[in-house]
Structures are given as structure tokens and as C-alpha cells.
Design a protein around this ligand. Structure first.
Ligand code: PLP
Length: 442
């Protein structure tokens, strides 16, 4: 480990020795110490400032200096940091009420956990308890979490080392016009047929309304309403996983709002607190909530409804409202969309620019005609770097942090991004994409 450590400062070396890097071969982990942030920028220990073009893990929707949320956390920690879930606090009750208000339709009652993973685990259990059925249909290009149940319903390659999955987790194709052999609406017919062939045994169909880490896949307008109809026709619920697509990311409160759909169960995390505290939430319709009046809600955690996390959530939702951040995301998101389309036109290695609001992706290609990817699904669980990793590293050399997953650069900045920082971000991507252009075939 000696040579690899020499470029790291003392804290980074200590971290590398004693803390696991996530989803990584540990020999390849190289942690960077961050010392602060302001708006859509953050600063590392070596004094470099970066524009956060991915809101860290597509979660820092409020940027890095939302003082209202920080104050709410400090106040709650002083007043009473923790009480068991059998007690309540004003923050928990008011946040439950707020979520019933900002989520679509009549969604009304929430279970609070501490992560997106746990929000999905709760959704799976609730769907199974409510319907009395076991199977969950989810899609191949999806990420729903890291624990046994949520990784089983995850389609992306991170699932593979964790298999065999829990029983009843079935995968369907995705609405992915650029890279799938099926047209998006054909993939929906496929799900219809799966539901028919599975008989009356499917509890729920679970989807990200707009797929996040698996490449920012936006389905056609009619896809999600049709999916809900198909699921209901077969006695299955629709679960929308809004962990990444929620809280203004799409220019609407939720990805489901983009398609005017109210799911039966919705999961949230990330932007729920603007990433100021770990909080997950699973909200359900009144019918599902009523079911548990006389049936046991057989689920819970020590930190369910943690007062500090709920105080952060309440302050975050109030910040989205008071600062009109959802509308802002829509407006600046349109500008971002135009600028990314220009990049796609200028750089032959950008196969497709897609997305909505501040939830966008650039899919790269080695060969524009053949749509050959630089990064393959298997690379996600292999050692070494891909050309897409190298493009992201070059953007960082130009002062912009951008996340990349498999073959797509994911552009999901804080909703407080200024136009000047947007311009700087685009300039850095413009420079970095010269690298992938140079690696193309022919
Ligand atoms: N669901 C979706 C759609 C996600 O994007 C993620 C994380 O990226 C999760 C669930 C898991 O959330 P967490 O990492 O907070 O456990």
C-alpha cells in the first residue's frame, strides 16, 4: 500500500487504512478529504474548489450551505436528539404531514427510515403484507439499494456478487431507446405479458420513474400511466422509487409528477433532507394505510423517525418551498438541457444527451453509428478504469466533479446552481470530452 499512499495526506491515508471504500476494490480506493462547501461548490483539503455537477451522489439538492437545515439539526439535537419510535416529535409529525402534501395524489402515511435502501425494503414488505403476494417485478437497469431485499430487486451489476437473490425478485426489460433491442413501449408489453404469465402472484411492479444511476433513462410520456394500468389490471401495486428522482431533481417535486401518475407506494431519501442527514421515507395510499389498522405493521428500526433526521427533512422541504427551488430547477434545468445538447452536437463521442430538469446524462460511445459503449455493465464490478472514468477525471482536473455510472456521465447539480457555475461546468465537460472523442474507433 506504500506507494499508493504517498500522494494522500495524513487524514486520507488514515481513512484508507481504516475505512472501507464502498463498491470498490480497496486497493483502488483513493479518498479525497473535503473540508467545506458553499452553494454548488465544495473545497478539498489541498485548497482546490470544485463545482459539484452531480450533487455528490445526486443527493445534495440544496447545495452545501443550507443554513436553515443546519440550524434545525443543531436545535433538534440540543432539544432532544433521540426518542424511541413509540414517542413522537413535532418535526416527525409535521414532516409526515408535509410529505402527504407535496407527494402526488392522496399518498398519505409515511414510514421513516434512514436510507433509500431501507425505504425500498419497507416498500417491498408493505406490498407483500398488503397484497398477500410475494413476487416483485423490477427492471434490469435499476438500482434500488444494497441490502438483501433491495439488492435482489436491483437490476444493475452490483446485484450479481450478492446473488442468489431473495425469492420472488423477477427482472423485466427497460424503456431504453438508445441501447436496448426493444423499443420502450415494447418493453412495456413484455411486462404485461410477464404479469399475465406469472398469474395472480405478483405483489408489485417497482420502478424508478426516471432511471438514475443506470443512465438517466426517461420513458415516453405514456409509459408510466400505462404501467400503472397494467399492474392494477393484474392485481399488482405500482411502487415508484423516487430516492434519486425526488425533491425537485426533475423540475417537478417528483419524477412521478412528470408523468402525472400517483403510485400506490413511493420511496424517498437523498433530497428529502438535501443530504444534510440520513433519512428515508416510504409513503402509501389511504387504502394501504387503512389495511394496517387491523393488521400488524410488522416493521421498524431503532432510528425510525429519528428526531434530528426528521428536523432536517422538515427544514429541507420548507427550504424547497420558500426558495422556490422546484421552479428554479425547471428553469435552469432547461438551460442545462440546451447546453448539453450543444456538447452532444460538438462531440462525436457523445452518443446521446438525455434527461429532464437537473437530472441529465451524457451517454458516451466509441462508435456513433454502432452505439458501442466505452463502459460496459461488467466494468461496474471489475478493476481498472474505463474511458468514461477518464473523462470524469479530466473534468475534475478542470475543477468540476461529475459522477459517472457504467457508460453515462450523470449531471445532477444542486438546485441552487448559478448560471455562471453552469457555464464553468459545461466548459470543463467540453474540455474533458476531447479525451473520449480521441478514443473513438476509426
Ligand atoms: N433507490 C434509488 C433509485 C437510488 O438511486 C438509491 C441510491 O442511489 C437507492 C435506492 C439506495 O439509497 P441509499 O444509498 O440511500 O441506501
Amino acid at each position: 500500500m506504500g506507494d499508493e499512499l504517498s500522494s494522500l495526506n495524513d487524514i486520507e491515508q488514515t481513512d484508507k487504512r481504516h475505512v472501507f471504500g464502498t463498491w470498490s476494490f480497496q486497493s483502488e480506493v483513493s479518498p479525497t478529504q473535503v473540508v467545506g462547501g458553499d452553494g454548488a461548490r465544495f473545497t478539498t483539503a489541498d485548497g482546490e474548489e470544485y463545482i459539484d455537477f452531480s450533487g455528490q451522489l445526486m443527493c445534495s439538492n440544496l447545495g452545501h450551505s443550507a443554513d436553515g437545515v443546519a440550524d434545525a439539526i443543531a436545535e433538534q439535537a440540543r432539544e432532544g436528539a433521540y426518542f424511541a419510535p413509540g414517542f413522537t416529535t413535532e418535526a416527525r409529525a409535521r414532516l409526515g404531514e408535509k410529505l402527504a402534501d407535496v407527494t402526488p395524489g392522496a399518498l398519505t402515511k409515511t414510514f421513516f427510515s434512514t436510507s433509500g435502501t431501507e425505504a425500498v425494503e419497507a416498500a417491498i414488505k408493505i406490498a407483500r403484507f398488503y397484497t398477500g403476494k410475494q413476487k416483485i417485478i423490477s427492471r434490469y437497469r435499476s438500482y434500488h439499494g444494497a441490502t438483501a431485499g433491495s439488492i435482489s430487486v436491483t437490476g444493475d451489476p452490483r446485484r450479481l456478487p450478492a446473488e442468489p437473490s431473495v425469492p420472488g425478485a423477477i427482472k423485466a426489460p427497460d424503456p431504453y431507446a438508445y441501447g436496448s433491442t426493444l423499443e420502450p413501449m415494447e418493453s412495456l408489453e413484455y411486462i404485461d405479458e410477464m404479469l399475465e404469465l406469472e398469474g395472480d402472484t405478483v405483489a408489485a411492479v417497482l420502478v424508478e420513474p426516471i432511471v438514475g444511476s443506470n443512465g438517466i433513462l426517461v420513458p415516453p410520456e405514456e409509459y408510466l400511466p400505462e404501467l400503472k394500468r397494467i399492474a392494477h389490471d393484474h392485481g399488482a401495486l405500482l411502487i415508484c422509487d423516487e430516492v434519486m428522482s425526488g425533491f425537485g431533481r426533475t423540475g417537478e417535486w417528483f419524477g412521478s409528477d412528470v408523468f402525472d401518475v400517483t403510485p400506490d407506494i413511493m420511496t424517498m431519501a437523498k433530497g428529502l433532507t438535501g443530504a444534510y442527514a440520513p433519512l428515508g421515507a416510504t409513503i402509501v395510499t389511504p387504502e394501504i394505510a387503512d389495511h394496517f389498522e387491523d393488521e400488524m405493521f410488522c416493521h421498524g428500526h431503532t432510528y425510525a423517525g429519528h428526531p434530528v433526521a426528521c428536523a432536517a427533512g422538515l427544514a429541507a422541504v420548507e427550504t424547497y418551498e420558500e426558495e422556490n427551488l422546484i421552479e428554479r430547477a425547471s428553469e435552469i434545468g432547461d438551460i442545462l438541457g440546451e447546453r448539453l445538447a450543444e456538447l452532444a452536437a460538438d462531440h462525436p463521442s457523445v452518443g446521446e444527451a438525455r434527461g429532464v430538469g437537473l437530472f441529465r446524462g451524457l451517454e458516451l460511445t466509441r462508435s456513433a453509428d454502432e452505439r458501442v459503449p466505452f463502459g460496459k455493465r461488467a466494468d461496474k464490478i471489475s478493476t481498472g478504469t474505463t474511458v468514461v472514468d477518464e473523462v470524469a477525471a479530466r473534468a475534475r482536473d478542470h475543477g468540476v466533479y461529475v459522477a459517472n455510472m457504467i457508460n453515462t456521465l450523470i449531471i445532477a447539480p444542486p438546485l441552487v446552481l448559478t448560471e455562471a457555475d453552469l457555464d464553468r461546468g459545461i466548459e470543463a465537460l467540453d474540455a474533458a470530452l476531447e479525451h473520449s472523442d480521441a478514443q473513438m474507433e476509426g
